[in-house]
Ligand binder design. Structure first.
Ligand SMILES: [Fe+2]
Ligand SMILES: [Fe+2]
Length: 311
């Protein structure tokens, strides 16, 4: 019996109801909001996320992983709406794992309030006590679920406007290495969740503006002698890239699109990924369920080859 894991990311729930105007105008959120509205005419549509929740209910996977950017501006009404979205999956909180993205810790205020950890407490519980205190909660969490050992990281840190880079930090990376070496994890297939991917976006300043600051150390930690699945969001592009680690094992980089974005670019239309994982064989199969704007439903599609993606 294999385990079915569904992976969605970056729904970017936008809900400004009841938010006083000064909270939008006096800080970074204004740039974020304008950026969101004008950016290349792209559209985030809440109705697609709702349709995705219905599609997932019909699929009934064993577990769902959400790799960050649940909100846009890290405001309470957005966290409420994002949590309600997850609750509509109708799954027990032990079957859903959530990590923060840069948008979930968008401002210093969001970081100080610990809002992410408060709203998603049920979805970041850990079976092993290895976590360190980070903005947004205690990470990494380790959730042992059948064939899977889900290890959730936080790479989210508040940044200046238009900068979305991330950072894991030494303490969290050390805990990640301990988690990967733990016998309960070693007996299963390790699935590491990080909002920022283990591969840098290509071109100019993009790694500095959008990437993970300690990416080399992150990759070294994942290179632990066994195959590992490294799920991420942030790029809003779906893809599966097999990275050969120095040990000869494979790091499967698995990216998911934004769950709400209507975009006809390759690998960008709203979708979620489905992985079939077996304790003995590792990742047996991967495909995606992609939104069809014409037929207004999700349909099976191959997960694009992510090698050479630009992020
Ligand atoms: Fe995002
Ligand atoms: Fe992001």
């Amino acid at each position: 019996m294999s385990t079915i894991l569904a992976h969605l990311s970056d729904p970017h729930v936008l809900d400004l109801r009841g938010v006083p105007l000064h909270r939008l105008l006096l800080n970074k959120r204004l740039t974020g909001w304008i950026n969101l509205r004008l950016k290349r005419g792209h559209k985030h549509r809440p109705a697609i996320v709702e349709a995705m929740m219905a599609d997932l209910r019909a699929l009934a996977p064993d577990h769902v992983a959400v790799t960050g950017d649940l909100t846009n501006l890290a405001l309470e009404p957005e966290f409420e709406a994002a949590r309600a979205m997850i609750e509509r999956l109708g799954m027990h909180p032990s079957q859903v794992s959530v990590i923060p993205g840069n948008h979930d810790l968008y401002t210093e205020g969001a970081r100080r309030s610990g809002r992410f950890g408060t709203f998603f407490e049920k979805y970041i519980t850990s079976d092993l006590d290895l976590a360190v205190d980070l903005p947004g909660g205690r990470f990494p969490f380790v959730r042992l679920r059948g064939d899977l050992a889900l290890i959730g990281l936080s790479s989210a840190v508040p940044r200046l406007p238009l900068v979305s880079s991330g950072h894991l930090g030494e303490a969290q990376r050390r805990a990640l290495r301990e988690a990967l070496a733990h016998p309960e994890v070693a007996a299963r297939v390790a699935v590491v969740l990080s909002h920022h991917p283990v591969v840098d976006p290509r071109g100019g300043l993009r790694p500095y503006l959008r990437g993970l600051e300690d990416i080399d150390d992150f990759r070294a930690a994942l290179d632990h002698g066994r195959d590992v699945l490294a799920l991420h969001g942030h790029w809003h592009v779906s893809g599966h890239e097999k990275i050969r680690a120095s040990s000869g094992a494979t790091i499967h980089r698995l990216g998911a699109t934004s769950a709400s974005l209507v975009h006809d670019g390759p690998g960008k239309m709203a979708s979620y990924n489905v992985y079939e994982i077996d304790r003995a064989s590792g990742l047996v199969r991967a495909h995606s369920r992609v939104w069809s704007a014409a037929r207004e439903r999700f349909e099976d599609a191959a997960l694009p080859d992510g090698a050479g993606q630009t992020g």
